[in-house]
Design a protein around this ligand. Structure first.
Ligand code: NAD
Length: 297
């Protein structure tokens, strides 16, 4: 392997330490404790794991964690009533509704019912619009984590050619907006892109957010490029059992790239760290206090 490894685990630990330090200052100087409310509807096992992990890390950085676990058949009316209550609760600075929601609930309606100032996932249409127009917003956690690692590695991203593979609302599109905001020349590739290999080969920065195991081989990567692998895919091991892999073929890409994030231990840990950073930011904004530097876009 010749690429430098971008250690998301260490990076996330550093972000959490910075958040914890700010939280302590908020408590000591202003008597304010940031609070994050997480709403889980139903019993999807992966969502339960995420929610548990979010709650644990929230408490570890000194914030209040409020967990609301609702039955899978909860009505939209009841869910919207809970969101209303959280919107007006001054102890709650961030609200996250764990996705996916059960099929009978309209995700767009539910997300857009969250007060945009408390929308720490950055999925509310107001925040999407603010990000798209370069205004102060709440930024989706996964792309924010990718941006932080890219900035830390490169310093300025200005003028770099970036390709984002994937155009989802939660990763691909906001990632492209953030890179544009940092003055990259951005291409968004997707399932209908012609000659994806050729598009990827032109990029100084490749962000893969597709959900297809190891689909980007090393010979698509420009020598020296930085590869950020957002994908989380579980595959069968030849000897039995399973393991997690990303959307890029790590071994071949690491021979060509200048820097690369591993899976696991890359983008994944940064996502929850950025959720905590967003909750802190939301709390500072709600109280008219200065925002922490380096923890927002
Ligand atoms: P998604 O399914 O919503 O979007 C996938 C995108 O990939 C689509 O825009 C589609 O056009 C594109 N695509 C599909 N096949 C393609 C192909 N053959 N060539 C080019 N593009 C193709 O997925 P998502 O929610 O954006 O997630 C993407 C991946 O990132 C998944 O593996 C997911 O598990 C992972 N993810 C990780 C984190 C994290 O914290 N690390 C967070 C969110 C998502």
């Amino acid at each position: 392997m010749t690429a430098q490894l971008i250690d998301g685990k260490a990076f996330a630990a550093d972000v959490r330490a910075q958040v914890a330090q700010h939280v302590k200052t908020l408590k000591d100087a202003h008597g304010i404790t940031p609070g994050l409310a997480v709403v889980l509807v139903g019993e999807d096992p992966a969502s339960q794991v995420y929610v548990r992990s979010k709650g644990k890390q929230t408490v570890e950085v000194g914030m209040n964690s409020f967990e609301h676990k609702l039955e899978a058949d909860t009505s939209e009316t009841d869910l919207l009533a809970l969101i209303d209550q959280l919107n007006s609760d001054p102890a709650v600075h961030g609200i996250l509704v764990q996705l996916p929601l059960p099929g009978h609930l309209n995700e767009d309606l539910v997300i857009n019912a969250i007060d945009p100032a408390k929308d720490v996932d950055g999925f509310h249409i107001s925040n999407v619009g603010l990000l798209g127009t370069g205004q102060k917003s709440m930024v989706p956690c996964t792309p924010l984590g990718c941006l932080m690692m890219l900035r830390a590695h490169h310093g300025s991203l200005s003028g770099m050619d970036a390709v984002v593979i994937g155009r989802s609302n939660i990763v691909g599109k906001p990632m492209a907006q953030l890179l544009l905001g940092d003055s990259c020349t951005v291409t968004i590739a997707h399932s209908r892109t012609k000659d994806l290999a050729d598009v990827v080969r032109r990029a100084d920065i490749v962000v893969a957010a597709v959900g297809r195991p190891q689909m980007v081989p090393g010979d698509w990567v420009k020598p020296g490029a930085t590869v950020i692998d957002v994908g989380i895919n579980r595959i069968e091991k030849p000897e039995g059992g399973t393991r997690l892999v990303g959307d890029v073929d790590f071994d071949s890409c690491a021979e060509v790239a200048g820097a690369i994030t591993p899976v696991p231990g890359g983008v994944g840990p940064m996502t929850i760290a950025c959720l905590l950073a967003n909750t802190l930011t939301a709390c500072c904004r709600a109280n008219g206090l200065e925002e922490p530097q380096g923890l927002t876009a």
